[in-house]
Structure formats: structure tokens, C-alpha cells
Write a protein that binds this ligand. Sequence first.
Ligand code: 15L
Length: 268
Amino acid sequence: MRRVLLTGASGGVGSRLRRLLKPLYPELILSDLKPPADLAPDERFIAADLADADAMLRLCENIDGIVHLGGYSIEGPWETILQANIIGCHNLFEAARKQGVRRVVFASSNHVMGFHRRDAKIGIEAVPLPDTRYGLSKLFGEGLGALYAHKHGLGVLSIRIGNVGDEPIDQRRLAIWLEPNDLVALIRIGLEKPDLVYEVVYGMSDNASAWWDNRRALELGYKPQARSADHLAAAMAGQAKTPPDPLGDLYQGGTFCSQEYDADQKAR
Ligand code: 15L
């Protein structure tokens, strides 16, 4: 895997990843709407809008593998999600197909499954229950990955990312925390594991309080190194500052579930 493209490179997760991926993939190409403020002289950046199909086609020329973080990363208005995450993701996969890219690692999200309850342990076979328009758009991206893998021969890994950071920031994140180096380990499986067709994994570290059965990731060779239990005090300190959200606390997606919620909760 020589030429790797990282989309969404100027965002929070992208900024961490570009530093961690560069030593592994020296020809790493970064893309986003705008360059990161601290772009280094040895980094290569190409500005491109995911919603612009021609720009995506040019961006994917001579690329071997893509780590697709780009798009809108929280809940937003439908038009924004539509352009960045639905049309944009389709443009990305279509450009990858036309340019003969071999692998795509798709940054999906835990919010594909957000309305599963926290007292359930779910695997990758569980029915998707998106908690937002954002989560729904990530489910569409996973579907695109499956289609382009099975129909067009791309190797695709969808990672349902929990929460990326140096530490879990509250009680919910103790269950879904993903330390950045563990994310890199998953990305490497997506880019490099021989014979990979289409796989879905949960993007979490070794979290004792996890709601997800991540056995497929382990079967693919993932060995998470970080343990959220080692950061219990920091997470609980963060939790103490978090406003109460009894409805969100029932569900894996947390506040993504409680925002805009107007169902009769007693009926479910
Ligand atoms: C996500 O998918 C978001 O991109 C991120 O900003 C966090 O909110 C994360 O989920 C989470 O659930 O903590």
C-alpha cells in the first residue's frame, strides 16, 4: 500500500491520524475543504469538496488506499448531511472505483446503532438502529462500501467508531472509547489484510464496560492495546460535569438519541 489518501484530514480525528499514519505510509496525501492550520512542509494536502464528483475523481488518481473520514461528523440539517455524507460518500466510492483504488476504510460511527439499549450487548449482526440523520448517513456509507466491495471488487472495512481521544471523557465513553493508536491498528487491517472483501467492526479499545461484541475485529487480527478501565477516574470526573440526560442514558447513542426526541417513551 504505497499511496494512501486521508479525507477529513483537518478535523479532530484526522489531525491525530495524519501524524500517526505518515510514518507508516510516507506518501500519505491529505484532503479536506481547507488545509490544517499546522500543515508541515513534508505533508501533501489537496483541497477538495466531497460533493464535487470531478474533484473526487482527480483526488483519487493514482491512489492505492483511502481512509475516508471526511464528511459531517455530528448531527446536522438534512441538506448538510445529504451533500457531505450521502452525495459526498457516493462520489468518493465512485471515484475510487473509476480510478482502480484497491482499499477503502470507511469511518462509520456508533450512531448507526445508537437506539440499541445500553443493557444489550450487540454484535455486527444486530439490526441497525440509527439515532440521527448523521447515523443514518453512516449506515448509507456502510451500504455503499458493501455494494462497491461485492459488485466492483474494492476491499472495504467499515469501522463503527466509538469516541476517539486520549482518554474516555465520561461514563458513556468508557464503553466506546477508541485510543488513536488502536484506531490505526484497525485502519491497517482495512488497508493491508490480504483477501479482505467487506467487513464491519466496532471501533473501540479494550473496554471492560463495552456494549459491543467485537469478535470479528479480533478474528481479523485486531489486538487493542488501550483499556478504558485504566482511565476510570478521568471518565467519572467528566461524568460529574455532564448535564443529566435520563433518556439518553438508556441508549448507546446518548445525547444523539435524546436530541429532537418527541416519541412517547412509555410506549417503547
Ligand atoms: C461520533 O460519531 C462523532 O463523530 C463524535 O463527534 C462523537 O460524538 C462520537 O460519535 C460519540 O458518540 O462520542
